[in-house]
Structures are given as structure tokens and as C-alpha cells.
Ligand binder design. Structure first.
Ligand code: SAM
Length: 186
């Protein structure tokens, strides 16, 4: 059974965090999360990420304007566990074996100061090293360390666009070319 991982993005300020929150969502998707919950109202973020998903494949979703405490408590009541990423937490290598055992995991990342309540509600407060850096970096490293299979080689179903890795330049196959190729191969 595929693990269920969702990312809860806190503290997004529409006037200044658009790019970084979009990157949180795209990183969550690229490294194998099922979806992202945005605890702020910025429908454009949802639209942008879902538009990317429709072109690049998979079934990643975004839910806009969720109520953070309600979502955390609901997730836990349904048997899910919660890992809040914070530079003040226990270091990831000391938490990774517990995190890997979870079949339903919510990963929380902040933007500005995260409310104290989140530290209390989380099942783990986990640092990706105890130095300040970025929610995007913290999420990517965590997703990579807890993955069962290498997330860098995971396929994305129903993609309109697929990159063909090349040593130089850019090669992208469009869905219709791929279908044509598969037809001639059979
Ligand atoms: N100063 C803020 C605070 O004390 O909550 C954190 C701001 S930081 C730019 C934004 C987010 O990046 C944090 O909420 C956390 O999720 C993540 N982050 C930054 N450094 C981290 C680290 N070393 N380990 C884990 N997460 C980190």
C-alpha cells in the first residue's frame, strides 16, 4: 500500500510568499506527497500547482484556506501522525526510523513564526539540522530520507509532458508523441 503523505503549509502571506509556497507545493509533489493543505487564502497557488500537475502528471491536489488546528486534529483522530519541521526539533536522523514506519504522515512547514500550539500538537518536531534554512530544503531532505523508493526516479501517471534526461540541452516529449511512439512499437 502506498503511504499517504500530506504537507500542511502554515503562515503563507499572499503579498510576499507566493513563490516559496508554490515551491513548497511543487517540491511536495515532485518528492511523492499526495497533496498540500494551505492554511491561508490564496486560490492562485492552488490553481498554479494544479495546472502544473495537469501537465506534468500524477494526482497531487491542493486545498486552499484550511483551518490548521482543525486539520491536524482531524488527521490525528483518523490515525495519522504529524511531523512539524522546525530547526528547534530533534534532528532528522534520530526521527527517521519512526517517520518511515508511518502509513499516514502530515508534514508541517512554516513561513514566519510558527504558533507554539503547533509544537504541542505535533507528534514530532523535527530539525533538518539545527541551523536555520528554508522550508523547501527541509521538506525535500525529509521526503527523500523517509522515502521507501527513490523519489527521483518515480513515474508520474498521465503526464502531458515528460522530460527525457539528456547530458546537454532540453528534451521534452509531449503526450501525443509518446502515444504515437507506443503505437509504432507494438
Ligand atoms: N523563524 C521561524 C520560526 O522560528 O518558526 C522559522 C522561519 S523558516 C524561514 C520557515 C520554515 O522553514 C520553518 O517554519 C520550518 O518549517 C522550516 N525550516 C527552516 N530551517 C529548518 C531546519 N533547520 N529544520 C527544519 N525545518 C526548518
Amino acid at each position: 500500500m502506498r503511504k499517504e503523505i500530506i504537507v500542511l503549509r502554515l503562515g503563507h502571506r499572499p503579498e510576499r510568499d507566493k513563490r516559496i509556497t508554490t515551491h513548497v507545493g511543487l517540491t511536495a509533489r515532485a518528492f511523492g506527497a499526495n497533496g498540500m493543505l494551505l492554511a491561508s487564502d490564496d486560490q492562485k497557488i492552488t490553481d498554479n500547482i494544479e495546472e502544473m500537475t495537469s501537465r506534468w502528471g500524477g494526482d497531487f491536489y491542493v486545498r486552499n484556506n484550511v483551518e490548521m488546528t482543525k486539520e491536524i486534529k482531524k488527521w490525528q483522530a483518523e490515525g495519522g501522525k504529524v511531523c512539524h519541521l522546525s530547526m528547534y526539533g530533534i534532528n532528522l536522523p534520530d526521527a527517521v526510523s519512526d517517520l518511515k514506519k508511518q502509513s499516514r504522515l502530515m508534514i508541517i512547514v512554516g513561513a514566519e513564526k510558527v504558533p507554539g500550539e503547533i509544537y504541542e500538537l505535533a507528534d514530532w518536531n523535527v530539525a533538518v539540522g539545527n541551523q536555520p534554512h528554508s522550508e523547501v530544503a527541509a521538506l525535500a531532505v525529509t521526503m527523500d530520507r523517509i522515502a521507501e523508493a527513490d523519489p527521483l526516479t518515480a513515474p508520474f501517471e498521465n503526464a502531458e509532458l515528460t522530460v527525457v534526461p539528456t547530458a546537454k540541452g532540453k528534451k521534452v516529449i509531449h503526450d501525443d508523441e509518446l502515444k504515437e511512439k507506443n503505437k509504432t512499437a507494438h
